[in-house]
Write a protein that binds this ligand. Structure first.
Ligand SMILES: [Zn+2]
Length: 458
């Protein structure tokens, strides 16, 4: 028996094909985490949410310190992870399957999971409708064939000939239909999607995937001599990729909400999934060359993948000259960071750091404190003055203002040395009278107080 709560997402909840994790920007910005935790801890928190998003069940993490350390990009540096664990793991609760679930991420994951199931359901129903449509067409053909045996023979002979010219797999067809949005490529309708041979097989068209497009029943029946290829650009890539049988809705379908966020306010968790098109990455070549050169990337490594990585950095709101180049240079100037592989991936951590700096409000810097004045050479008289002020002003004020100053009682004159002009002014204004009366009490008749700025009492 256990008192732990049940897992917060279903065991089969798998969002690994969801490249985007919707992030409630205002909720994060106003959270205690952003307000109170160290920026480094915040960054680990974000990495852990992202990691949890892609674990199964989604929104959960294994309760294993070394794994968690690695997920924070810390390698085996468990010590650093432990230092930030409390903040980085805020919101994660242990459930009775032994895993840690993040309450907010789980809430979002459940929503996306429901979307995914609904999508699958829709897709299956369309597929079924499509194959039934096709069946009725073939049945019609068969009926026609029964009436005219020669037509039937001609039809099978033509199909055999078409298959000689090219064949397609069911996976290729499914991938193509998915790529075309599960809709008719001509009218965008989804009424009985069927296979259309762009060049009809009776005109010598092949049965290969390059000659197929999804049309709805009505468009297919009214096709006539139309040989237009209505498929959207880039379908070849979609079909070339082996279909997993588990196609997902595009990010814009699944995450309308996150897509609507103004660019630059959200945090792109994971790289934006490349659209299945042949569009090149949109990083200007000159920008890529600049970063590649600064990063010491050999020319052979200037690949599309590297450009896509830079693309991802820019999507997180970084700029080339303002953030990326300085981050890379800073990182490379650390002698610890020599060697390594020749890919931009080695800069993920400094870039992550740059993102977290941008994303999180600057912590107020503590007022720089000047080094206290050395107290060498002080004797009983000076100690007695300090004791009187301590008794009068209390420990807090005394520590803040009297401890850092040096003093020397010289006959009737008290010389005070303050570590900064600011400190000197403050002491003059707030402790002048107290110092004068303390000096008088100790020395009998101190009349003169002088304050100078320096590092030791003269
Ligand atoms: Zn249509």
């Amino acid at each position: 028996m256990t008192d732990l709560p049940a897992p917060l997402t279903p065991a089969e909840c798998d969002l690994q094909d969801f490249a985007f994790m919707p992030l409630h920007v205002a909720r994060l910005r106003d959270s205690d985490l952003a307000a109170t935790a160290h920026p480094e801890a915040c960054w680990y928190a974000v990495l852990l949410w992202a990691a949890a998003w892609h674990q199964v069940p989604a929104a959960s993490l294994p309760d294993d310190e070394l794994v968690l350390t690695r997920l924070c990009g810390l390698g085996r540096d468990v010590k650093t992870f432990r230092r930030h664990r409390k903040d980085a793991m805020r919101g994660f609760v242990k459930c009775d399957d032994g895993r840690l679930y993040h309450e907010v991420v789980a809430e979002v994951a459940r929503g996306s999971w429901a979307e995914k199931l609904a999508y699958r359901d829709r897709r299956d129903r369309r597929k079924q409708a499509g194959s039934e449509g096709a069946k009725s067409k073939w049945q019609a053909d068969d009926a026609e064939a029964a009436a005219e045996p020669t037509a039937h023979q001609t039809r099978s002979a033509r199909l055999a000939a078409a298959r000689e010219k090219g064949r397609h797999t069911p996976e290729q067809w499914a991938a193509l239909v998915t790529f075309c949005g599960d809709a008719c490529v001509k009218c965008k309708g989804d009424d009985r999607i069927v296979k259309d041979h762009i060049t009809p097989i009776y005109q010598g068209g092949s049965d290969g995937i390059d000659n197929l497009q999804p049309l709805c029943g009505p468009c297919n029946s009214s096709k006539g001599p139309d040989r237009t290829d209505y498929r959207p650009n880039g379908w070849q890539m979609a079909v070339g990729v082996p279909a997993t049988g588990d196609e997902m809705p595009s990010n814009s379908q699944a995450f309308g909400a996150s897509e609507r966020l103004p660019k630059g306010t959200g945090i792109g968790i994971g790289r934006r999934k490349k659209e299945k098109t042949t569009h090149p990455t949109f990083v200007p070549r000159a920008d890529f060359e600049r970063v590649a050169t600064v990063a010491g990337l050999p020319a052979a490594a200037w690949t599309d993948a590297e450009q896509a990585r830079l693309d991802g950095w820019l999507e997180r709101g970084l700029t080339i000259e303002g953030d990326i180049v300085p981050a890379v240079q800073r990182w490379l100037s650390d002698p610890k960071h020599d060697g390594g592989t020749h890919t931009l991936a080695r800069f993920d951590i400094p870039i992550a750091d740059a993102v977290s700096r941008k994303m999180l409000p600057e912590k107020p810097k503590p007022t720089p404190r000047a080094k206290p004045v050395a107290r060498t050479g002080e004797g009983d008289a000076e100690r007695a003055i300090r004791a009187r002020i301590l008794a009068e002003s209390g420990e807090h004020l005394s520590q803040a203002w009297i401890d850092p100053i040096g003093m020397r009682l010289n006959g009737e004159a008290l010389h005070v040395v303050a570590p900064s002009q600011f400190h000197a002014d403050w002491v003059t204004n707030h402790f002048g009278a107290a110092l004068a009366s303390a000096a008088k009490a100790v020395a009998g008749s101190a009349r003169q107080i002088s304050i100078t700025v320096g590092s030791k009492a003269a």
